[in-house]
Design a protein around this ligand. Structure first.
Ligand code: 8YV
Length: 324
């Protein structure tokens, strides 16, 4: 085919979707599989019709600092897009899409994994056993907190927050409290017998677990700060599978040091893949390397969702997942 759109894929994807992309488009894969620097991105903007980035590509104001880009579409591989300067993309007339829905279940599964692991001290137990330090069963060994029937606060009640509520309510009989930037339809809350509270400050003191499912970006930066950590119960746990920036990590370290909360499960970090050494010191933390959507099924589905968006865009229709 002549005049096939030139497409840059910034990281390696599952083979089947890479093959589909290569079939339809003049596709360049970043064989190094490394994050793009702002300079590389600026260069790519002059050469490609579409760029398919991921969360590791920091597409800041600096990255968009060129006068007339060739690129018309940024089709993000992932639902969160706080790594993209949307205003700068818009100013250049570049459309942006994401991949909602397809990763909600796996991300909620991982949030539940963190919740269970931290409450039941699974990470601690595994480390102890592998270190050959397990001396045998005793009634007081690695005693954790019961999960079933407890109160879970969900911050951000979009697709992933609701998938979390489904697991917690139907699987574990948890009571669900919700805080969301807009009013959630009563019928949606009723599905999980959930109650929406007005503010985060109302939610935090009432919960045994608080799980973050809101977007990242400037507006939610350090939503969980030291004042809000103080509002949590001292036997409560914080779970974050959203974005690192929504939790002030220094405040979390303080809170854990003074035992103001019982522990946390984190899949995302401010400045990842660097993780603050202070966090490594706590046994009551479960730390995972951004695995939320990391299943074969979901990573393939994410790629297919990007593919549909790119195809729609170059066929002249509005991509289903256009966010800007
Ligand atoms: C991805 C995610 O691993 O979709 C998101 O927002 O955080 C994860 O599913 C990552 O963003 C891929 O770009």
């Amino acid at each position: 085919l002549k005049n096939r759109p030139r497409v840059l894929v910034t990281r390696r994807w599952p083979e089947s979707v890479e093959a589909q992309l290569a079939e339809r488009f003049d596709t360049v894969f970043n064989v190094d599989d490394t994050p793009m620097t702002p300079a590389e991105f600026r260069d790519a903007l002059t050469r490609f019709d579409a760029i398919l980035p991921t969360v590791t590509d920091r597409l800041t104001t600096e990255a968009f600092d060129i006068s007339s880009p060739k690129t018309r579409l940024l089709a993000n591989y992932g639902v969160g897009f706080s790594h993209i300067d949307i205003a700068a993309a818009k100013a250049h007339g570049i459309a942006v899409t994401n991949t909602p829905d397809v990763l909600s279940e796996c991300t909620a599964d991982l949030a539940m994994t963190l919740l269970l692991m931290v409450a039941r001290r699974a990470g601690e137990g595994e480390r102890e056993l592998r270190a050959g330090q397990w001396t045998g069963w005793r009634p007081t060994h690695l005693v954790g907190s019961k999960v079933s029937g407890k109160t879970l606060g969900i911050v951000g009640f979009g697709r992933i927050g609701q998938a979390m509520a489904q697991r917690a309510h139907f699987g574990f009989g948890m009571k669900i409290l919700v805080q969301n930037r807009s009013r959630v339809a009563q019928e949606v809350l009723d599905r999980y017998q959930a109650v929406q509270v007005d503010t985060l400050d109302d939610l935090l003191p009432a919960c045994d677990f608080v799980s973050m499912h809101c977007p990242g970006g400037a507006e939610n930066r350090h939503l969980i700060n030291s004042r809000r950590l103080d509002l949590m119960k001292s036997d409560a746990f914080l779970i974050n599978t959203a974005r690192g920036e929504v939790v002030d990590e220094n405040a979390l370290v303080q809170s854990l040091t003074y035992e103001c909360i019982a522990g946390a499960g984190l899949d995302v970090f401010d400045g990842e893949p660097k993780v603050s050494p202070a966090l490594m010191e706590f046994d009551n933390l479960v730390l995972l390397p951004h695995l939320g959507s990391a299943t074969a099924e979901t990573r393939t589905a994410m790629g297919e969702r990007v593919l549909s968006n790119v195809i729609a865009f170059f066929e002249g229709s509005t991509p289903a997942d256009r966010v800007a």
